[in-house]
Design a protein around this ligand. Sequence first.
Ligand code: CS2
Length: 509
Amino acid sequence: MRDTADTALSDAFLRRPPRDTRATLPRYDRSRIKAGIAHIGVGNFHRVHQALYIERCLHLPGHEDWGIVGIGLGDSASARAKADAYARQDGLYSVTEFAADGTAATRVVGAMVDYLHAPRDPGAVLDLLASPAIRIVSLTITEGGYNIDETSGAFRLDDPDVAADLACARTGELPRTAFGLIVAALALRRAAGLPAFTVMSCDNLRSNGDTARHAVLSYAYTLDTALAAWIDTHAAFPNSMVDRIAPGVSDQQRKRVAAILQAEDAQPAVAEPFTQWVLEDRFSAGRPDLAAAGAVFSDEVHAHEAVKGRMLNASHMLLAYPALQCGYRTVPEAMHDPLLRRLLGSFMERDVIPYLSLPRGVSAHAYKETLLKRFANPAVADQLLRIAHDGAAKIPVFHSQTIANLLAQGADLSRAALLLACFRLYLMGRDGNGAPLAVDEPHFGEADLALLDPNDPLTLLDTSPFAALALGDHPGFVDAYLRIADMIDSAGIRIALAGVLPSGFRTAA
Ligand code: CS2
């Protein structure tokens, strides 16, 4: 078998697939699929998660109208390259699941029937969102993309992009942000007597639907109170818990995918085998049969989301910054290190599980064990820098409640202190061996950077991500934080790691 291919993924590939392709291909007639969903933010996570549930739905009878149009808002070189690649590939891309035993299963996904790059043509995006065919607008725009001020909980109307869109709305120019486009489209729908679409957030946020609703209504209210009231009455914003690990694709994985496909995919996506989607059944203009595709409708989404965010995402953060200081670059490498594995085990058992309200049927212990296995999957080879990225937005989302519980109970703060101490070292751009780290912190702005004094670890606590927790006002936290920062500095990260493990965990396997 060749390990490179002279064919590229496209509708022509689907019509005449190479005889030795081992990929699973769509079994529905793609030419009959029309868009019912517009998705903003076609990153790896969407492509291996929601898009695959929809892909399964498209195989069900009566689902021809539930295809996806992808919408890209970014204007970077990579965002433009992505748009060009989807145009060349007729919206097709592959998803490969890498199991821990090294086996790989590739599927070509046909669900994305079109892709619009908003910076090139915002008018086309608005026309699409305002068209009767679109009944769901889904979002993966990252935790920080909702523009919520962590301290006040308000939607930040003074964010420069939001402010520019609000100004456009008054002059009749076209908006460019997710909420600007959504509200402009809802205004057109209201004027045309069309139903409001469902706004379905698939981001990892506490109450992601309520947060999306807050953002949409705050934006709309600033423009037109009657429009805001109409949206409030007619649009649905279901909450959901979304889960699947989707790393950046390595060159080795890319080659393996091409060999399985017997074709080149310019935008391959890879994922672990595990996937989960728990959501509220609240839709304002219909929905596909997501339950038949494996999603679970539940009235306990908040509890599911708390378990996932406070166990999985919080553990990811707590792993990433110390592991980078140890010199590691991938999650499985770090999970191989007993100190780091025990760090996560003790964090979940001591700092999180005692304070969690579990949804029906979920065992915290089993959830923890599954997580440790998922993280250790060597074939997924998730990157620590991917997880470390945007810590300023993600640490408050996933750790604030846990830290608040620990403070309220007077419990051991050393693991929370280690997280922040290592986040500060990451911000300084070096690992524990002095090697450079590519820091990517879009929500740690100039004002925050100006507050950071490299010689005074406490200055981190005054920066905007942590100000809401007022950690500097808690002498217990300040002591723990300074003790650990000092230990890392004087004795090294490994001694500091051993120092934050409860005694039972120091010698555990
Ligand atoms: C990760 C998530 O970005 C992160 O920090 O924790 O992308 C994580 O892999 C997903 O939420 C898994 O569902």
